[in-house]
Design a protein around this ligand. Structure first.
Ligand code: GLN
Length: 284
């Protein structure tokens, strides 16, 4: 009986590999090559054996992130920690995988998923139509808000001040984030100021401190962390844009997408995700 279950699982694996391969699995030859590929690709199953999926590295869930975005991902004591790291660990745990976190530039995250180097991108990443052309997003696990950081004595008091006719401010953002996208459209393209792009949000905040920019547009939780670390700065009450954060995944691995998305939905439903968020974000 045991043997039968094992061989059923093995053939289910081969079938699912054949189904996700590039060559049509309509004859014996292509089936053969699909099972041959199985030696190179790794395979893992759900803990209950109910479904099968492949991951970039066998037995591991490889997460791409940019660990400069507290409290979602940041380095502490040499380790990457934060809300997204813990969510990924909970998903990996559910799928019987070991979590591997790869730190990279924010811009490189979707690219590494598309190139088959990472299974999942978790980086306080907002679902946007442009990104949806490149990757699939899971269900959203939380929301973020684009806010404006200014110096305490700033004449900028609301988002309207930045978008007003005749406005001419220097706005710092993190390259390729939604803060960059929105201000590029609303301010730079509208000729209402200049957008200056930095690799890290923290670098934009340093530029604000040294007067190189007049404000920084960034997600609310990292904004709070940066303001707490730097004297003389404040976050304006005004909210620029409200967004949904989700995990980015490959469009070419529907089995893994299904497994991760289901695991995440279960973790949302049973309160695990809220528990992780509450650990890092204290109610005001
Ligand atoms: N939420 C923003 C975005 O998706 C910023 C994310 C980040 O900098 N890690 O663009």
């Amino acid at each position: 009986m045991k043997k039968l279950i094992v061989s059923l699982l093995a053939s289910a694996m081969v079938l699912s590999m054949a189904a996700c391969g590039n060559t049509p699995a309509s004859n014996d030859d292509s089936q053969g090559s699909a099972s041959g590929d199985a030696n190179q690709e790794s395979a893992s199953g759900n803990a209950d054996g109910s479904s099968n999926f492949t991951t970039v590295v066998e037995g591991k869930l490889t997460m791409a992130t940019n660990a400069t975005f507290p409290p979602y991902e940041y380095v502490e004591g040499g380790n990457i920690t934060g809300i997204d790291a813990e969510i990924a660990a909970a998903i990996a745990d559910k799928l019987g995988l070991e979590l591997q976190i790869d730190d990279m530039q924010f811009t490189a995250i979707t690219e590494s998923i598309r190139n088959g180097k990472a299974d999942i991108g978790l980086a306080g990443m907002t679902i946007t139509p442009d990104r949806q052309e490149e990757v699939d997003f899971t269900v959203s696990y939380t929301t973020g808000i684009q806010v404006i950081i200014v110096t305490e004595d700033s004449s900028i008091t609301s988002v309207d001040d930045l978008l007003a006719d005749g406005a001419n401010h220097k706005v710092g953002v993190q390259l390729n984030t939604t803060g960059d996208m929105f201000t590029t459209g609303d301010i730079e393209d509208a000729e209402k100021g200049e957008v200056i792009r930095y690799d890290k949000g923290a670098d934009a905040v340093q530029a604000l401190k040294t007067g190189k920019v007049d404000c920084v547009v960034i997600d609310n939780e990292p904004a709070k962390a940066f303001v707490a670390e730097n004297e003389g700065l404040k976050i304006l009450e005004t909210e620029y844009v409200i967004e949904d954060y989700a995990a980015a995944m490959s469009k070419d691995n529907p089995e893994l997408y299904e497994a991760v998305n289901t695991a995440l939905q279960e973790l949302i439903a049973d309160g695990t995700i809220q528990g992780i968020i509450d650990k890092y974000i204290k109610a005001e």
